[in-house]
Ligand binder design. Structure first.
Ligand SMILES: Cc1cc2nc3c(=O)[nH]c(=O)nc-3n(C[C@H](O)[C@H](O)[C@H](O)COP(=O)(O)O)c2cc1C
Length: 404
């Protein structure tokens, strides 16, 4: 049965990085994909197909002649498998399997499927750096790119041969992201999208600051979903522990002023673009920054901190874009604890937004630092749409579907 997210066929070849394919499969299953596996004979000597069968609840295709032994099992034939897949990803890909596919060979389950499948294809090479940098391997990889195979490049890292170098398989989350991206509809293809995320921090002295509880999860989910939908994405983020989503142009900032500077730079660079202001920007900052750490003083048990307002970033960027003749489609967020809708409607009018995403941060189960969100979307014309509670990636997709 086809899953909501799509069908992913994983081809596994005999690299020392083979265990990473198990991690990628787990991630894909958690994200709602249906997954099936095909392995080379050598790979099945490294890890038994039984492990992959347990993880995917599905038979693993290893023996190309097997289908003739089981003529009634139509699920296992290479043509049926090839047709079933929306994405075919080879994880890990040995130099051998890359060479075979680049030369049209098909004498094992993985290369056979690579030739038979019309799905989008991704290859995650993993090998010793001499093998990877060998011009023959490089030529084979270039040839595969020419035939629309997507390559997720290996990185520098520890290699099995007790050396360091390029050839270490890409990060498993990046591989899962790349597969998710390949399986997504490209409704924002070629669009330029800037997303702000996370909190800002406003320094008091070299060791102290004021900030807020934002984790960045909503903004990061929007940036990832926008990449999946085919947009060029810049993510401008305050401090966050989250992993940078694969495929975004990432900018780290601290204060509201730094965020504003980066926003202006990127808007000027992009020209007409979509800006999604999901960051929880500090409304206030200390009036004075103390260059030296503020000391406790005897006889003075009080410290009065004077705060002044930060600029309103949405207003500022809209003014900036107007001056430069740039057209923005600006989406705002309203994180409120009370009078949620009234405040959101006021903001939309005041700030020149296309629509505003309002969420109630007084609830513990949604909003700040949670994986789920339940939002309402309020439009320029005053109409409102309530979305059901969903994980933040699904909320992100719904927000992006409303961009013109
Ligand atoms: C322990 C071990 C680890 C290996 N790791 C890799 C590797 O990371 N990358 C690679 O290209 N070949 C690696 N090889 C060599 C391949 O296993 C060998 O070329 C094999 O024929 C590949 O078969 P396949 O591509 O059909 O799966 C390794 C071999 C062994 C014994």
């Amino acid at each position: 049965m086809a899953s909501k997210k799509g069908n992913v066929l994983i081809g596994v070849s005999a690299s020392i990085a083979i265990y990473k394919s198990l991690e990628v499969i787990s991630l894909l299953k958690k994200r709602g994909f249906s997954v099936k596996v095909a392995m080379t004979r050598e790979a099945s000597d490294f890890i038994s197909p039984v492990v992959f069968e347990a993880l995917t609840n599905s038979r693993v295709y290893v023996d190309v002649l097997e289908e003739f032994d089981n003529p009634d099992d139509t699920n296992i034939t290479h043509i049926a498998l090839a047709k079933w897949a929306d994405v075919f990803a080879i994880i890990p890909a040995t130099s051998n399997i890359i060479a075979k596919i680049a030369n049209g060979l098909s004498d094992d389950a993985v290369s056979l499927l690579a030739l038979a499948s019309e799905a989008k294809k991704l290859i995650a090479p993993a090998m010793n750096s001499s093998m990877y940098l060998n011009p023959i391997t490089q030529e084979n990889i270039e040839k595969l790119k020419k035939y629309e195979f997507h390559i997720i490049e290996p990185v520098e890292g520890d290699l099995a041969c007790n050396t360091k170098g390029v050839g270490h398989i890409a990060d498993v989350c990046d591989i899962a992201d790349a597969i998710e991206s390949l399986s997504s509809e490209k409704i924002l293809f070629g669009k330029k999208v800037i997303v702000t995320a996370g909190p800002t921090v406003e320094s008091i002295d070299p060791v102290r600051f004021i900030t807020n509880k934002s984790s960045g999860k909503m903004g990061y989910a929007i940036a990832k979903a926008a990449v999946d939908f085919g947009a060029y994405v810049t993510l401008i983020s305050g401090p966050s522990n989250l992993r940078k989503p694969f495929g975004v142009d990432f900018v780290n900032i601290n204060s509201a002023y730094e965020m504003l500077d980066e926003l202006k730079k990127r808007i000027e660079n992009y020209g007409d673009c979509v800006v999604i202001m999901a960051a929880a920007v500090s409304d206030f900052k200390p009036k004075r920054y103390e260059k030296l750490k503020i000391k406790k003083r005897s006889g003075n048990d009080k410290l009065v901190l004077e705060l002044i307002q930060n600029p309103d970033l949405t207003k500022e960027i809209n003014r900036f874009a107007k001056e430069k003749g740039i057209k923005l489609f600006t989406v705002g967020f309203a994180a409120e604890t009370d009078n949620l809708l009234k405040n959101a409607i006021e903001k939309i009018k005041k700030k020149g937004l296309e629509f505003i995403v309002a969420n109630d941060v007084s609830r513990n189960d949604i909003g700040f630092n949670t994986d789920e969100n339940e939002v309402s979307i309020i439009y320029k014309d005053g109409s409102m749409e309530r979305l059901p509670k969903m994980n933040k990636y699904d909320v992100a997709c719904e927000i992006l579907r409303r961009i013109e």
